[in-house]
Design a protein around this ligand. Structure first.
Ligand SMILES: CC(=O)SCCNC(=O)CCNC(=O)[C@H](O)C(C)(C)COP(=O)(O)OP(=O)(O)OC[C@H]1O[C@@H](n2cnc3c(N)ncnc32)[C@H](O)[C@@H]1OP(=O)(O)O
Ligand SMILES: O=C([O-])CC(=O)C(=O)O
Length: 371
């Protein structure tokens, strides 16, 4: 038995949800470029969960179901209020709150496909409420209840700020959600599938996935990108900062990818959005610094930007706190995690690979008093 480090190139599941072939990303066969330009997040959620686009009635029905299920039990809000919010990362708060939320779902351990679908709606609907409530609570503000007349993107921005979001912001946020919704067998989705393949419940699968997304090699990279942009601070500092990092063999956050070789197709959409939104908000500096970083890293290391790179300046332009960036990713990716969890349940087999043992062998037990 020979291990493949990081399971690179290992095909670990069949799936009909999304694919990456020759650097092209599709959701159920629809090119991400097509969806980014034309689809709303709710349409993508329906597509991932049903493997077809909804008609107008089905889409409105899903929007209503998500809106009707967006409130969270008061115990969850009280729980969020008890977190040491000045000390914990918001991803840890989200992970804990989603696990806690599961305690109030009477169907949490009911494993029929109808019950699993109902739970998928509830989880997708409630995550924006949890994220925005935590954000407000830690600032000493009261959470804002979700509105039934808004779509998921608009509701998220409304609950975050308490103000009716403008059309440009809602459209940009919705597009970001479309771009992040699913991505084949990435680390967090694989984690979710491994978890539920033991026939554990959906809340456990989503909680595990949030834990995996939190890391800076995966979803946590978008926050690190903003940290880097802030440290660089001005266009003149880009060159020395990046060259020093590369010379020290440090990773530049937001670059590289396990699967894409010639670039992440989502990055160009986020680059365009970053250019437009940073200009509108008087924060063009972040876009210009980002472009310069990209030029250097691409020419020096031949590493293209990934989805996390330009999403940082996009979220900053939308007024989102930097340590909430990965929670925005989680809000969107929950749709993909849920699609994969439902797919795993439909055709389940325990996921249990092997390890290549490289430790000592033929050891003889030494009694405690002789050690
Ligand atoms: C949504 C997402 O999860 S997208 C990815 C988000 N993560 C990041 O942006 C973090 C930065 N990027 C990385 O750490 C990596 O490119 C990953 C984790 C995305 C992919 O990792 P892997 O496929 O395991 O590649 P690995 O880390 O082995 O890198 C291969 C080589 O490229 C280099 N490399 C990879 N990414 C980077 C980077 N961002 N900056 C500098 N060098 C890099 C590595 O140092 C390594 O060089 P070496 O062969 O000389 O040692
Ligand atoms: O696929 C991956 O390894 C990481 C990624 O880009 C994603 O999850 O969107």
């Amino acid at each position: 038995m020979t291990a493949t480090k990081g399971l690179e190139g290992v095909v670990a599941a069949t799936s009909s949800i999304s694919s990456i072939i020759d650097d092209t990303l599709t959701y159920v066969g629809y090119d991400i470029d097509d969806l980014a330009e034309n689809a709303t997040f709710e349409e993508v959620v329906f597509l991932l969960w049903h493997r077809r686009l909804p008609n107008a009635v089905e889409l409105e029905d899903l929007r209503i179901q998500l809106a009707n299920n967006a409130e969270v039990p008061s115990q969850v809000i009280d729980h969020l209020k008890a977190y040491p919010s000045d000390k914990v990362h918001p991803m840890a708060a989200l992970r804990t709150a989603v696990s806690y939320l599961g305690l109030f779902d009477e169907e949490a351990d009911v494993q029929t496909s109808d019950a699993n679908y109902r739970k998928a709606i509830r989880i997708q609907a409630k995550i924006p409420t949890i994220v925005t409530a935590f954000s407000r609570i830690r600032k000493g503000l009261e959470p804002i209840a979700p509105r039934k007349d808004l779509g998921l993107a608009a509701n998220f921005l409304y609950m975050l700020s308490g103000k009716e979001p403008d059309k440009v912001a809602v459209e940009a946020f919705d597009k970001a959600l479309v771009l992040h919704a699913d991505h084949e067998l990435n680390a967090s989705t694989f984690t979710a599938r491994v978890c539920v393949a033991t026939l554990s419940d959906i809340y456990s699968g989503i909680t595990a996935a949030i834990g995996a997304l939190k890391g800076p090699l995966h979803g946590g990279a978008n926050e690190q990108v903003m940290k880097m942009l802030t440290e660089i601070g001005s266009i003149e500092n880009v060159e020395p900062y990046i060259r020093e990092k590369l010379a020290n063999k440090e990773k530049i956050m937001g670059f590289g990818h396990r699967v894409y070789r010639n670039g992440d197709p989502r990055a160009k959409h986020l680059r365009e959005m970053s250019e437009k939104l940073t200009k509108l908000t008087g924060k063009s500096k972040w876009y210009e610094i980002s472009v310069k970083i990209e030029q250097i890293v691409t020419s020096e290391k031949n590493l293209p930007a990934n989805v996390d790179f330009y999403s940082a300046s996009v979220y900053d332009s939308l007024g989102i706190d930097h340590d909430l960036f990965t929670l925005v990713f989680a809000t969107s990716r929950t749709s993909g995690w849920l699609a994969h969890i439902l797919e795993q349940y439909e055709n389940n087999r325990l996921i249990r690979p092997r390890a290549e043992y490289i430790g000592p062998s033929k050891q003889v037990y030494i009694p405690l008093e002789k050690r």
